[in-house]
Ligand binder design. Structure first.
Ligand code: ATP
Length: 252
């Protein structure tokens, strides 16, 4: 595919005896939003976490196959996972701000990566908060606790925190499922803005969300990718009967 950012080749993942991902192949485009849809337990989150090696931490996990980001295999023994997780940021279903100020939440990652200069940190904090469309709402309370923000604001703060270390790719695991419709809309608008600079991959339970925001969609079913295509094609002209049954609500 044109502009491939992430190329997944015959990826298999076992949790003990559970073969949770089966021969997954996928080309994820740069500066696009790719959505993963499918029923509960079919491997969407597991697959997402393979893209920054978050599953490495799980006991008894076995991962085979290749995940190339910018042509480099992230599972190669030479790969540096710290650099990988800087390059591939992640946002979770439940916003998880650290119990510290808004400023320190954003400065946390850059500080870990060795940035100490106050003016530089100030600039990163402002740019990251602007990038996550939350700067104007918090600019007068940067020293206040992040835990005082609303759920939707906390989620945008977590996006800002991910942006602060200058990733290329942003993984989002059901980022709006705990949010009200207005906060959800704000995050969806933000995602469309973010794809100009980042490659965005999102797991969603919400098919309308996938249809609204994503460029490409993968439909997962019991560990397999049944169909992967441009979003318009998946929703208007599904090739596989199982995709059609799922998107028309015959099962969920
Ligand atoms: N840490 C883990 N250890 C063992 N098994 C796991 C682990 N995480 C997920 N699984 C199993 O792997 C399979 C895929 O789960 P996964 O969470 O990836 O699916 P999902 O499509 O994201 O589901 P949901 O939409 O409910 O989040 C399931 O059978 C699940 O029980």
């Amino acid at each position: 595919m044109e502009n491939t950012k992430i190329s997944v080749q015959d990826l298999n993942l076992h949790y003990g005896t559970n073969h949770a991902l089966k021969h997954v192949n996928m080309e994820i485009r740069e500066n696009a939003i790719t959505a993963f849809i499918g029923p509960s337990g079919c491997g969407k989150s597991t697959f997402l976490k393979c893209l920054n090696r978050m599953n490495d931490l799980v006991e008894n996990v076995k991962i085979e196959g290749k995940v190339l980001i910018d042509g480099e295999d992230i599972y190669s023994p030479k790969a540096d996972t710290t650099l990988l997780r800087k390059k591939v940021g992640m946002v979770f279903q439940q916003a998880n701000p650290f119990p510290m100020s808004i400023y320190d939440n954003i400065a946390y990652g850059p500080r870990i990566h060795g940035i100490k200069d106050k003016a530089t940190l100030d600039q990163i904090v402002e740019e990251s908060l602007r990038g996550a469309a939350i700067f104007d709402e918090v600019k007068d309370r940067l020293k206040k606790s992040a835990l005082g923000l609303s759920g939707g604001q906390q989620q945008r703060l977590c996006i800002a925190r991910a942006l602060a270390v200058q990733p290329d790719v942003l993984l989002m695991d059901e980022p709006t499922s705990a949010l009200d419709p207005i906060s959800t809309l704000k995050i969806e608008e933000l995602m469309v803005e973010l794809k100009k600079k980042y490659t965005v991959v999102v797991v969603t339970h919400n098919m309308q969300q996938a249809a609204r925001v994503s460029d490409d969609t993968a439909f997962f079913l019991v560990g397999e990718v049944i169909e992967f295509n441009h979003t318009d094609d998946i929703f208007a002209r599904p090739q596989d009967k199982r995709t059609e049954d799922y998107i028309t609500g015959r099962f969920g």
